[in-house]
Write a protein that binds this ligand. Structure first.
Ligand code: NAP
Length: 393
């Protein structure tokens, strides 16, 4: 009701969000230290893992439950209290999570939520980054705001984890199974109306399979139903606001002006408001705005490539590096391309990468650190080494 995604997707997000709490509640028991052999007989080297201290979590609106628990769960499991600032478009989900925490018996002050208008974000961010009580900032949102927070946090050398924007390549090789690739594309592009950091932004298809893939994708996309999230028939809800809608239109008209051809969709939806038609467009190339910026909307933009080397070069031709999607049945190619992609995650023959048990995160300007998995817990812990001397005296 708050964010607009279809009800089934919202239920799935709540389960995904709860998964972080379950998983880190277990993993928190395994924050083992270490004993390191010393070069001296009368010393012992002991490694402890300790909480960082007071942490701040700043989260976006696109996954208003999951982006909160993906920070909160490891922070609490590691022993850190948190001040949480949710996005102003979706504060109610964060407040509901806070209420559940209270009911579950969280001691007062362990989880704190500060809400504000869009106009308040800079002041809240300035306080969280300049207040000496806060020792770590965990941020999910745009790369532009992430860079700003990183700069601000540098003033006190605070620890920072950043989950930022993406510009994901979706690479389909000639030997791929077309149905698998199209099924995955429906999830990787149209879930949450394309408003996901992992959303496929640049679709790269090898010449030999291009016509089959594009025809099947346009046909499936043309059948998607746009509507109210509580209507069971809906596959896509609205975009979050007018600015999101304007960005989609700007990206699409730029591509069409450069010769892009719309195969299905292409307009604001007849429902009005911020609904947009699921769209497939060809003619993408490196000169398009869509090549450089994430669209964050239901537009699949496609280009063709010749060989594996070209596919990797095109895929890596971006400042972002969150996830790469790869479709092929050649096991050698799976390894070569997975290793060559400059991304924090690779999805092979599947449209999904997220899960509490796996390390989610990006390289390049897509972020710093990982969330989820044992690696995600480490980001909320400090290592302290104790050198015990004088044992033989
Ligand atoms: P955003 O504009 O960067 O906002 C994210 C959060 O930061 C909001 O709570 C926002 O509040 C706050 N904020 C803005 N300016 C701030 C400042 N100066 N100091 C402190 N906080 C500030 O991003 P968004 O539009 O909500 O979310 C979409 C972006 O998130 C996309 O780029 C998407 O790729 C990315 N994302 C990344 C991941 C990932 O895991 N890598 C996951 C989901 C989304 P205001 O709205 O009040 O400005």
């Amino acid at each position: 009701a708050e964010q607009g995604k279809p009800f089934d997707e919202a239920r799935a997000e709540v389960c995904y969000a709860a998964g972080f709490l379950d998983w880190f509640a277990e993993e928190g028991r395994r924050t083992y230290g270490d004993v390191i052999p010393s070069s001296s007989a009368d010393t012992r080297i002991v490694v402890l893992k300790q909480p960082v201290g007071v942490t701040a979590g700043i989260t976006p609106w696109n996954l208003p439950a999951a982006m909160v628990t993906r920070k909160l769960a490891p922070a609490l499991a590691a022993g850190n209290p948190m001040v949480l600032k949710p996005a102003p478009f979706t504060p109610l989900t964060a407040l509901a999570i806070m209420e559940l925490g209270v009911r579950a018996g969280l001691p007062a002050g362990v989880l704190n939520v500060v809400v504000g208008d869009v106009a308040d974000a800079a002041a809240i961010g300035a306080e969280l980054t300049s207040n000496r009580t806060v020792r770590k900032i965990g941020f999910t949102g745009s790369t532009a705001v992430g860079k700003l927070l990183l700069e601000q946090a540098a003033g006190q050398v605070k620890r920072v984890s950043l989950e930022l924007g993406g510009n994901s390549p979706f690479i389909v090789f000639d030997d791929a199974d077309v149905k698998t690739a199209v099924d995955s594309m429906m999830a990787a592009k149209f879930r949450n109306a394309g408003q996901l950091c992992t959303a496929a932004n640049r679709v790269l298809v090898q010449h030999g399979i291009y016509d089959d893939f594009v025809t099947a994708l346009a046909e499936r996309t043309g059948r998607l139903v746009v509507g109210h999230g509580f209507d069971e028939a809906s596959h896509l809800g609205p975009l979050i606001n007018e600015a999101g809608l304007a960005k989609v239109e700007r990206h699409l008209s730029d591509l069409v002006d450069r010769g892009g051809k719309v195969l299905t969709g292409g307009h604001r939806h007849a429902l009005g408001h911020t609904f947009f038609e699921p769209t497939v467009v060809t003619g993408l190339d490196a000169s398009a705005v869509m090549w450089r910026e994430e669209t964050f909307g239901p537009v699949a933009a496609i280009t063709a490539f010749g060989d594996e080397r070209e596919a990797v070069e095109l895929a890596n031709d971006t400042d972002y590096g969150l996830v790469g999607f790869v479709y092929t049945r050649d096991v050698g190619r799976v390894w070569r391309v997975s290793e060559a992609l400059e991304t924090g995650m690779v999805a092979v023959n599947t449209g999904r990468v997220s899960g509490e048990m796996a390390p989610f995160g990006g390289v390049k300007e897509s972020g710093l650190g990982r969330e989820g998995s044992k690696y995600g817990l480490e980001d909320w812990l400090e290592i302290k080494y104790v050198n015990l001397g004088g044992l033989n005296s």
